[in-house]
Design a protein around this ligand. Sequence first.
Ligand SMILES: Nc1ncnc2c1ncn2[C@@H]1O[C@H](COP(=O)(O)OP(=O)(O)OP(=O)(O)O)[C@@H](O)[C@H]1O
Length: 219
Amino acid sequence: MIRFENVGLRYGLGPEILRDISFHLPARSFQFLSGPSGAGKTSLLRLLFLSLRPTRGLVNLFGQDVSLQSKDAIADLRKRIGIVLQDFRLLDHMTTYENVALPFRVMGRDESTYRREVIDLLKWVGLGERMDALPPVLSGGEKQRAAIARAVIARPQLLLADEPTGNVDPTLGQRLLRLFIELNKSGTAVIIATHDIALMDQYDARRLVLHQGRLHIYE
Ligand SMILES: Nc1ncnc2c1ncn2[C@@H]1O[C@H](COP(=O)(O)OP(=O)(O)OP(=O)(O)O)[C@@H](O)[C@H]1O
């Protein structure tokens, strides 16, 4: 489902921050991505989300060589990916409910077919009382949960999450991990970038570790 071959990445004329990255991840797999601050976790997620192109090497996603795809084809591939970024990217003029329901709206679905599902998920992530609030009045942890709910609501084929428990307490962190595990069991491949060793210790999963530009995989 995801194949990298000898991928290298540098920003501008800077040093190569990812070097000779080669790996293969199957559909429906679950993995943590870790490594010291600045090791390139966010950059690797951006390569996977196709918002960044590698400087060299091959990125193959859903069986497609990404370098050969048109802009429209890239946009279609991205629709199959849910992503939670560290800055959340919520739309400030829409309520929490509307933000989370956005993937369904983009698909052109009628609200009556998803309203219950969105409300149930908002309750599950502890935002049942905040559904009508606009993002600017949410706390950091509430924004993070809204971003997670939006990323998972339409059950994408691939979920990418950058420090998804960075702003919540350990109990809520466990609850969010359960959400990712359930999503994975229903067929989504999951990659969670995190520094949180306690979180990784809660679930026996493959670990991808970035160190000095290289990726080490521990099954
Ligand atoms: N847009 C950019 N332009 C130039 N350099 C960048 C850019 N984005 C990231 N970098 C550099 O690339 C390296 C990897 O950054 P990245 O954010 O991918 O690491 P990270 O492992 O996610 O870090 P953290 O755990 O602190 O979030 C860092 O040295 C960073 O300064």
